[in-house]
Design a binder for this molecule. Structure first.
Ligand code: MN3
Length: 212
């Protein structure tokens, strides 16, 4: 497999303005995301995990306390690549496609889903991530929040949508107002086509093997 590569952003740095500035994406992708990639590539040689793809590194290190630093880097590489793809210029609004039906079935309504997603994102104490996830066995959707680098892959869940709620994701554009950032993420940024593809199972494995 070899080195883990930092993927390009799926849009121009200015593409999400004015919600997320080019300045934020420059730091977030070119500094933060890149640092996780670089640190992971420093840790891999001789670790026994150097021939694995990113998903396999994450699942192999998730429950190994001696590999917590490697897990943190690998999960953050994955989480950020996933997050970039969860956003698109002129996105947001109500869910589309199969996911729209499933959200109605599992949450009662889109508004109820949005309320729970926002509550998870704003209620995550300190750094972390808010998620829409699917159960592998029955496809049922639920909301999850994870601290720091933690990721649904480590818990046997399929990631469908995420919002990065580390301060570095929103502080330049929203200062301390995480709630306003999450609301804008839902209103104008969410890439429902991508979320539908992840839900349909064209997702997590493809993300690590093709895009990284
Ligand atoms: Mn981040």
């Amino acid at each position: 497999m070899g080195q883990i590569v930092l993927p390009e952003l799926p849009y121009a740095k200015e593409a999400l303005e004015p919600t997320i500035s080019a300045e934020t994406l420059t730091y977030h992708h070119d500094k933060h995301h890149a640092a996780y990639v670089n640190k992971l590539n420093e840790l891999l040689p001789g670790s026994g995990h150097e021939d694995k793809d990113l998903n396999a590194i994450i699942t192999a290190t998730a429950k190994d306390d001696s590999k917590q630093t490697m897990f943190n880097q690998a999960a953050q590489v994955w989480n950020h690549t996933f997050y970039w793809n969860c956003m698109t210029p002129d996105g947001g609004g109500k869910a589309t496609g199969k996911l729209a039906e499933q959200i109605d079935a599992d949450f009662g309504s889109f508004d109820k889903f949005a309320e729970e997603f926002k509550a998870a994102c704003t209620g995550q104490f300190g750094s972390g991530w808010g998620w829409l996830v699917a159960d592998k066995a029955n496809g049922k959707l639920s909301i999850m929040k994870t601290a720091n680098a933690d990721t649904p892959l480590a818990h046997g869940k399929v990631a469908v949508l995420t919002c990065d709620v580390w301060e570095h994701a929103y502080y330049i554009d929203f200062r301390n107002d995480r709630g306003a950032y999450v609301q804008k993420f839902l209103d104008v940024l969410v890439n429902w086509d991508f979320a539908n593809a992840e839900y349909a199972g064209e997702g997590a494995d493809a993300l690590s093997s093709k895009k990284l």
